[in-house]
Design a protein around this ligand. Sequence first.
Ligand code: SAM
Length: 199
Amino acid sequence: MDDDLDTLLDALHREGIEHDATKPDRFDRLRNVEPDTARLLAVLVRATRARAILELGTSNGYSTLWLADAARATGGRVTSVDIDPDRSRLAAANLDRAGLESLVGLTVDDAARVLADSPAEAWDLIFLDAERPAYPDYWPDLVRTLRPGGLLVVDNVISHADQVRDFRAVVAADPRVTEALAPTGAGALLVAREPAPAR
Ligand SMILES: C[S@@+](CC[C@H](N)C(=O)[O-])C[C@H]1O[C@@H](n2cnc3c(N)ncnc32)[C@H](O)[C@@H]1O
């Protein structure tokens, strides 16, 4: 990562914390991912050579910038979805500041609809960071749209364990995937779709 992007990400992270501290209503907060989790995502994109990357929950684009920088390294591209057009506009401005706008398609839509409209096996890596109660309903499309061997990363599984309990039970019961909990940041659940059998 170049120094300018590193500096911008540090500033965004600091500003995000300061912003959120002034907002009693969680829906007014930016709720950026922890830097350690963002770094983990950046490593996972590179290690899996993910090229088709889907982010569900853009906010102001903090995690999107990390994903886009990693996509630049793999020759990939990020599609990032947020239901809130104001958030998406903030993300667009931050991507412009970082010079990463050509690597990201920002979509203002419901995550459920984007998943439902995605073709089977469309995504190499999905980062899920939206409204947790909806996650169990996303599951059939999450598995369907991950390519075999693809990776789903879900944030906040330790910080909001009660809100993801049902989702985690669904994931744990599904033989098409293998999961591991990374106790990084707010807790990242890593879910790998089984690879296609070797020929
Ligand atoms: C935790 S924040 C995302 C933080 C971002 N990933 C980051 O680290 O900077 C959650 C975002 O999900 C968006 N969101 C909530 N429900 C959604 C839905 N059904 N579809 C798409 N986005 C949604 C919110 O508007 C909010 O910006």
